[in-house]
Ligand binder design. Structure first.
Ligand code: KMH
Ligand code: ZN
Length: 309
């Protein structure tokens, strides 16, 4: 059987890394837009987007900060826009879904369980901070709980349902797959669903390839074959996990949100550089990458003409 084409998602900027950690991390609307457009030109068919305050690079869930770059990305690319509902670790679920409610994108993230979600070890490796909030935000992440209760998931799913948005179900551990199955059984999500298997977040399942096989088998057992899947390895696991996933018939996610590096101890120059690297690997290993319209078909998306930006 022919291998399905590989969808490359690029996550442009996120809530873990701070401006001090890499000059390449975009946080102004101009830089987010231009890096997103370049990532799409390099082969990313899905753009997973967070917003940041342009003044100090801190995470923003204010829909107006998304408004500063979404139309530009739409005008310049055919890529699928996927808006994060992750927020920063301090936002309520209502705040977190506000951008997706306003802009009605083709996709948005849906985090499938509450967990520790910590990046405090990064604070030990950095001594120079550009903005006041950065050091405390990173070092205090060992006190945070990333809250995604069943009630939160249900509230988000119910409010977003009229928009026909396909969720990127972010699963950081095997229990999250069982949460997802439960939510499907009570009718919150309809097949085909799209799962992002996540490895290497402190608080979630570790970045061992055995765990990828284990998560995939659990998903097969719980969900049959009516789901699409992708893999995100955090930090140093990014390229090895994406490569393995593509060889297993899965899709891949790269981007500076999840790793600032292009190779061991070498910072990436841009999101597009990571997309070009995984694209080269996928193609050299004999697979093809999906165009945005092919991704739309594979994921049963509503279409780029049905968004509100
Ligand atoms: N950076 C990922 C590990 C979201 O946007 O909803 C988490 C994430 C969450 O992408
Ligand atoms: Zn994200």
């Amino acid at each position: 059987m022919a291998r399905p084409k590989t969808i490359i998602t690029c996550a442009i900027t996120g809530a873990i890394h701070t401006p001090t950690m890499s000059d390449a991390l975009p946080y102004t609307a101009d830089d987010i837009a231009s890096q997103a457009i370049a990532a799409a030109e390099a082969g990313a068919s899905v753009l997973h987007l967070h917003a940041r305050n342009p003044g100090d690079g801190s995470v923003s869930i204010d829909p107006d900060t998304f408004a500063a770059f979404l139309p530009r990305i739409k005008q310049a690319t055919n890529a699928v826009v996927n808006i994060s509902t992750g927020g920063s670790l301090k936002n309520t679920i209502e705040e977190r879904i506000a951008p997706a409610l306003r802009f009605s994108p083709e996709m948005c993230s849906m985090n499938m369980g509450s967990m520790n979600f910590s990046f405090h070890p990064l604070a030990k490796r950095h001594t120079e901070w550009k903005f006041d909030w950065e050091k405390d935000y990173v070092s205090n992440s060992d006190t945070y709980i990333f809250r995604n209760t069943f009630a939160d998931i249900e509230r988000a799913a119910t409010q977003l349902a009229p928009h026909g948005i396909k969720f990127e179900h972010e699963c950081y551990d095997v229990g999250h797959l069982y949460n997802l199955k439960f939510c499907m059984d009570i009718g919150l999500f309809k097949a085909p669903i799209f799962i992002q298997f996540i490895f290497g977040i402190l608080g979630g399942i570790g970045p061992d390839i055995d765990n990828l096989i284990f998560m995939k088998r659990a998903a097969d057992r719980l969900l049959g074959d009516d789901y699409r899947w992708s893999v995100l390895g955090a930090g140093a696991a990014q390229m090895p996990f994406a490569t393995t996933a593509s060889q297993m018939g899965g899709n891949v996610r790269v981007g500076l949100e999840d790793s600032l590096f292009i190779s061991r101890a070498k910072l990436a120059e841009s999101n597009a550089q990571q997309v070009m690297k995984i694209r080269r690997i996928v193609e050299e290993l004999g697979s093809e990458i999906a165009s945005p319209d092919e991704a739309r078909e594979l994921l049963a998306l509503k279409g780029g003409d049905r968004v509100a930006f």
